[in-house]
Design a binder for this molecule. Structure first.
Ligand SMILES: Cc1cc2nc3c(=O)[nH]c(=O)nc-3n(C[C@H](O)[C@H](O)[C@H](O)COP(=O)(O)OP(=O)(O)OC[C@H]3O[C@@H](n4cnc5c(N)ncnc54)[C@H](O)[C@@H]3O)c2cc1C
Length: 510
């Protein structure tokens, strides 16, 4: 789509200011630059290489739903692209203004509208930051149960628009399991409110059209979600398995016995090695970065930086001696149920060949669980890139997909993985990668090769392209391959809802 609104930009600015007030529209180059990208690592490498992303023309901060409606109507009339923005923590280029236009930042819409203590529901505006929301709920004895690692720098609207999954998803569910109703400004400016009821049989669920739509079908302005009582007890466990296969067997048995750990993370041998030196005799080391402290991983990789230039050899060497897989488990809720679940989990782990490490590995992880959000940029400063690739598949395909993707990535970058977000039917695999190149151009080439080989392998072996980070620009060209015959349906839906194609162009490949 060729957007031609450049000649009316000064007039548009006046009209936007009339809707939201002068102080809530910005056009300075520094502001446009800071809103031009999200946390897609490729854009960070490009910036290091001096390549600037496309800038939006305006950044706008509406304060209420009616203002969002007026802004969208203005854009609809004048064919201006709109990029909805939560906190910009997406890692797939979902907020890049590829055709310029108006970035609508929802962070000033951050009110908690209602807590319904009888029906256990929360109604909040889309721009509220995750950590702020959770802290307010905790003060009143509640929890949402949604804890993405990016909780300090992501919003409710962003979670809904990307189908986000939190660290405690095995107990509380993913964001789509929590939503009861939505308020959405459609691409023509009309307001859609879905009904707040426990369930309905009234045709296809409208909520699900907008969950994961990445700003391409409308702007989510508020949502009603399920609430949980803040857990009375939290219990921690850690196990070391002689092989990854034994660890996977244990977590499958646990899920299929319908245990509900809030946190379940099984590290492959390389991840176990990097985060805790891979020994069976670990002891608490309070002053050093411990299990899954990604600062520890970044620091460790720094030591091995020269080897990143020879990824195949490096991976083979580490895979050759790193053997064990570490599992951490957290159960929380009613004390009697927690104790019972812990006991059963322990039995399953010991029967599957696990060695009991006590509670400290999980306690240590819990203490550092959000640290990763603040350490990624260290890697780029040190001269290498890091990224994560999260996919999912059924239990009987899990090891096959893991080894196929590990082998594909190994040729380009250091690769390690953990398994979390487990289900009765299968599990997600979360690959962490680190790569480099002698020049920034080589680094970019390496980055693109990693993703191509990884996603080609994922499609070939029948995995889901993304478990929870979404598609954005990064994975758009693979989405059609994954969806096959369903792909025209998504395009038809887009044309029906957004005939002017103004909503977040290019994301999801539509
Ligand atoms: C260090 C780090 C850790 C992370 N950990 C996790 C994790 O544990 N789990 C997880 O799921 N993700 C994780 N992410 C990814 C990211 O935080 C999530 O995708 C998050 O949901 C994005 O929220 P946001 O508010 O920052 O959205 P943004 O990045 O601003 O936007 C993401 C997409 O949603 C659209 N969008 C945003 N708000 C709205 C709205 N109100 N209406 C319509 N569309 C909208 C945007 O246009 C864009 O396409 C992580 C990212 C980082 C950098």
């Amino acid at each position: 789509m060729n957007f031609k609104f450049q000649s009316i930009i000064p007039e548009l600015k006046k009209q936007i200011a009339k809707i939201v007030g002068e102080e809530n529209v910005a056009q300075s180059q520094s502001q446009l630059l800071s809103y031009a990208r999200d946390l897609w690592p490729k854009l960070t490498i490009e910036l290091q290489a001096g390549k600037l992303p496309v800038f939006p023309h305006f950044i706008v901060w509406p304060k209420q739903t009616e203002e969002v409606q007026e802004l969208v109507k203005l854009a609809h009339r004048n064919l201006i692209p709109i990029i909805p923005l939560g906190a910009g923590s997406g890692v797939c280029g979902g907020t890049v203004a590829i055709s310029g236009g108006m970035t609508i930042d929802l962070k000033k819409m951050d009110r908690i509208r209602e807590i319904d203590r009888k029906s256990l529901l929360l109604s909040a505006e889309a721009g509220v930051l995750g950590e702020v929301l959770e802290r307010k709920l905790n003060q009143e004895g509640w929890t949402l149960g949604h804890f993405p690692s990016s909780i300090y720098c992501s919003t409710l609207g962003g979670w809904l628009a990307t189908r986000s999954a939190g660290q405690a998803s095995s107990k509380y569910g993913k964001i789509e399991d929590m939503v009861v109703s939505l308020e959405v400004v459609l691409p023509n400016g009309e307001l859609l409110k879905t009904r707040t009821v426990p369930r309905s049989s009234t045709g296809p669920s409208l909520n699900h059209i907008f969950l994961g739509s990445e700003g391409t079908l409308g702007i989510i302005t508020s949502a009603t979600l399920r609430l949980w009582e803040y857990p009375k007890k939290r219990a921690f466990q850690g196990f070391m398995f002689p092989t990854l296969g034994q660890g996977l067997n244990a977590i499958r048995l646990m899920m299929q016995a319908e245990l509900k750990p809030s946190v379940l993370r099984l590290y492959d041998p390389v991840d176990t090695f990097f985060s805790s030196q891979g020994t069976l005799e670990e002891k608490p080391k309070p002053k050093k970065p411990g299990l899954s402290s990604k600062r520890g991983v970044v620091k460790n990789i720094r030591k091995y930086l020269p080897y990143l230039y020879h990824p195949s050899l490096f991976n083979r060497a580490i895979q050759g001696f790193a053997r064990h897989s570490k599992l951490i488990l957290i159960f929380e809720g009613e004390p009697e149920i927690v104790e019972l679940e812990q006991k059963q989990a322990k039995e399953i782990c010991l029967k599957s060949g696990g060695l009991d490490l006590g509670e400290w590995p999980a306690k240590n992880w819990f203490k550092h669980r959000y640290r990763v959000s603040y350490t990624m940029s260290n890697a780029f400063d040190l001269g290498f890139f890091v990224d994560t690739i999260e996919v999912a598949t059924l239990w009987d395909n899990l090891e096959n997909l893991y080894y196929a993707m590990q082998s594909a990535i190994s040729k380009q970058a250091l690769v390690m993985a953990h398994f979390s977000h487990a289900y009765l039917q299968g599990c997600s695999i979360y690959f962490s990668i680190a790569g480099t190149g002698k020049t920034l151009e080589e680094k970019l080439l390496c980055y693109d090769k990693v993703w191509k080989s990884a996603l080609d392998a994922c499609i070939k072996e029948g995995g889901a392209l993304s478990h929870h980070h979404g598609i954005g620009l990064l994975k758009a060209k693979w989405l059609e391959l994954e969806q096959g015959g369903a792909s025209p349906l998504l395009k038809a839906l887009k044309s029906a809802l957004d005939p002017n194609q103004i909503m977040n162009p290019g994301k999801l490949g539509i």
